[in-house]
Design a binder for this molecule. Sequence first.
Ligand SMILES: [Cu+2]
Length: 128
Amino acid sequence: MKFAGMKLVVVFMAALVGWPLIAQENTSPASPSTARPVRTIVIQAKKYKFIPAEITLQKDQTVKLELTSDDVEHSLEVPGLGINSVMKKSKVTEVEVTPTKVGNFKGKCGKFCGLGHGKMRLAVHVVD
Ligand SMILES: [Cu+2]
């Protein structure tokens, strides 16, 4: 009888210890890197500009960029945010970005596309 009682205590203790682990596993929130994008921004490249030429992102918020070109092949490079993607004519390139720091980041076209290539700039603002 005493032995059976001990067994019950052991089971009870295991349940006490195990429960928070199970509960935690079920309720743990998704990490920012695996979060679904909260919004989509379409960026169009065209000799010799990006439309829009300026975007504002929220820190720690994942957004999807849909990049496309109206004419020749361009690219979007924003080194400060780890973005480097081609922008092809009549094709959408999807890029997800989750900025982790606040600031102003400079983007440019990374693919020579003609005489005005150097003028292609995109300003990215990351706010809190
Ligand atoms: Cu270019």
